[in-house]
Design a protein. Structure first.
Length: 426
């Protein structure tokens, strides 16, 4: 009798133990899947198969664990808050030197001293302070002073405390070169850029994300191309600043592209593009831009209709601008001799719902203005309600297309991006 009781107790204990184990396992799995959910698609697109040694985010986290030697809840909290390793960013501080990632042929190039001047426009919303400051200081230290008209910062209603008085105070250091505009309501990236551009006085607008570090002689190659033809819009090569280690990594030269879902992606460059007299330093025709980082003549930006101000937050505006440039008489190039490092905010845990809504709306606007008879290729894989979603009044944009005498999407497919038509509707 006693034996049976002990046996029962023993079995009970084992069963309870099993339940606890199952519960813990479940809890851990849940945490991992939550983690995966917050891992957002990088805005500038990871270089995917092109980047050397891509490490999966989970591997990076465990590496970081080893660096810290202990599990640190504060570390994860900041990782999700800022989207990258803010602990290392603070250690790097306000400025640092990054490796020169230019090719030999680029290092030997010389540029005219008489180039158009640049206004660098940087919009931010709740950026990590040191990353923002390194963006500004790298621009100021690595741009020839006579070519840098100003840096315009647009604060899109940030809530972080250190971006308030502390930022005003620290920017005094660059007195005269930096203008700070604070939006009084959340405008989103697209309208913030238009606001920044409207306050610029340099010949060329250079848009940068707020978590970049420019490289040596980054500005001159961009200005040089636009000086020859103001209807050319240029992007630097975007080097990778690792979001975990903040190590600066050289990127291969790739071009910007997209599929029928209109999501930006990097694409290989055809070798004939580099056959010209300037070899691998020749600017490369690009069907699309990644969005955050490009230079455009200020008057040309206004002439071709800036951005679609009916678009919200961000998403799709880069493809819309790319199509508008090509279809309305301009050209888009990647300039291999100009390099800018960028941190992908892979871990940002922001509320995705408003962004998804904004993106759907933005895509619908762009599809209905620019895609002509190819609209259905976009809708093919989308849920059916997509077609009946509201996207606001686009008549101003269709008028603009008429006024500028833009070519058809068929022309774009035939002339600029024939590879897209052959792609499956996927
Ligand atoms: C759309 O906007 C244009 C002006 O850009 C205006 O003339 C037109 O009435 C608007 N259409 C609707 C349905 O609101
Ligand atoms: Mn970015």
């Amino acid at each position: 009798m006693r034996n049976t009781a002990i046996q029962c107790l023993f079995c009970g204990a084992i069963a309870a133990g099993l339940w606890v184990a199952v519960f813990i396992a479940h809890f851990l799995c849940h945490q991992v899947s939550e983690l995966q959910e917050v891992i957002q698609e990088p805005r500038i697109g990871s270089l995917g198969k092109y980047a050397n040694q891509q490490i999966r985010p989970s591997e990076k986290i465990s590496k970081q664990h080893m660096i810290n030697g202990k599990s640190d809840p504060e570390f994860f909290h900041e990782l999700f808050k800022y989207g990258f390793n803010a602990f290392f960013s603070r250690k790097l501080g306000y400025e640092r030197e990054v490796p020169d990632s230019r090719s030999e042929i680029c290092r030997q190039k010389r540029y005219s001293l008489r180039l158009p001047t640049a206004s660098v426009v940087i919009c931010f919303h709740d950026e990590e302070f040191n990353a923002l400051f390194r963006t500004v200081s790298s621009v100021i230290y690595l741009s020839p002073p006579h070519l840098l008209e100003e840096v315009i910062l647009v604060d899109d209603m940030s809530e972080f405390d250190d971006l308030k008085e502390k930022l005003d105070y620290q920017l005094e250091f660059f007195r005269g070169k930096v203008k700070l505009i604070r939006n009084t309501k959340r405008e989103g990236l697209i309208r913030s850029r238009v606001i920044g551009a409207s306050r610029a006085s340099g010949d060329i607008l250079v848009f940068l994300d707020s978590h970049c570090e420019v490289n040596k002689v980054w500005l001159e190659p961009l200005l040089h191309v636009i000086a020859k033809d103001p209807k050319i819009v240029v992007c630097p090569v975007i080097d990778v600043i690792d979001e975990m280690t903040l190590e600066y990594k050289t990127s291969p030269v790739v071009r910007g592209a997209f599929g029928w879902d209109l999501k930006f992606k990097w694409d290989h460059v055809f070798s004939y593009e580099m056959d010209g007299p300037e070899g691998p330093s020749t600017p490369i025709r690009s069907p699309a831009m990644s969005g955050g980082i490009f230079a455009i003549h200020r008057h040309y930006f206004n002439e071709i209709g800036q951005y679609d101000k009916g678009m919200d937050l961000y998403g799709g505006e880069n493809i819309e601008l790319s199509l508008r440039i090509w279809m309305c008489g301009g050209q888009l190039f990647i300039v291999p001799c100009s390099r800018v490092g960028h941190i992908s905010k892979t871990y940002l845990a922001e509320d995705k719902f408003p962004i998804k809504v904004a993106m759907a709306r933005n895509y619908l606007r762009l599809v209905n203005v620019w895609l002509d008879e190819y609209k259905d290729n976009f809708f093919f894989k989308k849920p059916s309600f997509y077609k009946s979603m509201a996207y606001g009044n686009i008549s101003e944009r269709t008028e603009l297309r008429k006024r500028l005498g833009c070519k058809s999407f068929q022309w774009y497919l035939d002339t600029v991006f024939p590879e897209l038509e052959k792609r499956n509707q996927a």
